[in-house]
Ligand binder design. Structure first.
Ligand SMILES: [Zn+2]
Length: 288
C-alpha cells in the first residue's frame, strides 16, 4: 500500500497571505492573541486517534514565540520542517533576505527540536521561474527537499509547466533539491489543485480520495497540506477580509477535523522524511 505524505504549515490565522493583503502587516501581529493551541490541539488529537505521524512546516516567527510546540511535536515523533521566518512570499524577498530566512529558520528549528531539518515550504507556494535562484539558496542552506512549486494556474502562485510528481529540481547555479509538489488532479485537460487547504474543505471527500488513488496509480505518493487555523472554526474575523478572500479562508472550517480523520482512516499517511528514498528523482532544470 502506498504511504502518502501528510503535512501542516504552522502559522497563525492572522499571518496568512490573505490577511497581509487585507492590511495585517507583520508589525501588527503582536496585537492578536495566539490561536495556535486550538488548531494544533485539534490536529494532535486526530493524529493520535489515527496513529499517524506527519511533517510540520513551522514558521520561524511561530517557533520564536511558541518553541514549546516545536519541542512537543518533535517529541511526539513528528517531523519538523521550515515554513520560512516571516511568512513573506519568496517572490517578495531579495535573494539575500530569502537566504537569511532559509538559514535562520532552519537553525532555530534544529536548536528547538534537536533534529536535522530537511524540508522547506515557501509561504504561499512562492517559488516559480522568476525566482529560480531560490532552488540554489535551498541547496546552499542544506535542505534536502522542498514543497513550494505548485503545478497549477492560480491568482497568487503556480508553475503550470512543472511536473506533477516528485522531481530533482536544479537551480541556475546547479544547486538541487528534491521537489515534491502538492497533489493535483487532471480534469478536462486542466490541472486542478487537490493538495489540501481550501480545496480539501470545498470538494466532497470521495472526489479528494479519487485524486489520491490516481496519484498512487502513477507511483507518486500524494503530498497533502493543511494549517492549524483550518481546525479552529471560532477564530476571530479578520478586519478587511471580505468577499473571495474571506470565503476562501473560512469555507468548511467547522467540519474539517471530522473530514480529515475520515481520510486518515482510508489511506496510509506518514511524514515526508520517510518517503524520500522512494520518490522519483528525475532532473528538471528549473531555469527554463
Ligand atoms: Zn503559510
Amino acid at each position: 500500500m502506498t504511504t502518502h505524505m501528510l503535512t501542516f504549515d504552522v502559522e497563525e490565522f492572522y499571518q496568512v497571505e490573505a490577511a497581509r493583503r487585507a492590511g495585517v502587516s507583520p508589525q501588527m501581529w503582536a496585537v492578536y492573541d495566539s490561536r495556535l493551541d486550538v488548531g494544533l490541539d485539534s490536529i494532535c488529537e486526530l493524529l493520535d486517534a489515527a496513529d499517524v505521524r506527519a511533517t510540520f512546516f513551522i514558521l520561524g516567527e511561530v517557533a520564536r514565540r511558541r518553541g514549546d510546540w516545536v519541542k512537543r511535536l518533535a517529541a511526539a515523533g513528528h517531523e519538523i520542517a521550515s515554513h520560512g521566518m516571516t511568512h513573506t512570499m519568496l517572490t517578495q524577498l531579495s535573494p539575500e533576505a530569502a537566504a537569511a530566512e532559509l538559514r535562520d529558520s532552519k537553525a532555530l528549528l534544529e536548536e528547538l527540536s534537536g533534529e536535522a531539518v530537511l524540508g522547506f515550504r515557501a509561504p504561499t507556494f512562492s517559488i516559480n521561474h522568476t525566482n529560480a535562484w531560490a532552488i540554489d539558496a535551498l541547496a546552499d542552506a542544506g535542505y534536502a527537499y522542498d514543497s513550494s512549486i505548485f503545478p497549477v494556474r492560480h491568482d497568487r502562485y503556480g508553475v503550470p509547466d512543472a511536473p506533477r510528481g516528485a522531481f530533482r529540481c536544479v537551480g541556475p547555479e546547479g544547486g538541487a533539491v528534491l521537489e515534491i509538489p502538492p497533489l493535483t488532479r487532471r480534469v478536462c485537460g486542466m490541472t486542478m489543485p487537490m493538495g489540501g487547504g481550501g480545496y480539501f474543505r470545498l470538494v466532497p471527500l470521495w472526489w479528494f480520495a479519487s485524486a489520491i488513488k490516481a496519484a498512487a496509480r502513477r507511483n507518486d505518493p500524494a503530498m497533502l497540506y493543511f494549517h492549524p487555523w483550518e481546525f479552529d472554526a471560532d477564530q476571530p474575523e479578520l478586519p478587511g477580509l471580505s468577499g473571495l478572500r474571506r470565503w476562501r479562508h473560512r469555507v468548511g472550517l467547522a467540519k474539517n477535523a471530522k473530514k480529515l480523520l475520515k481520510l486518515l482512516t482510508k489511506f496510509s499517511f506518514g511524514p515526508v522524511r520517510d518517503q524520500l528514498d522512494g520518490l522519483k528523482q528525475t532532473d528538471v532544470d528549473f531555469t527554463l
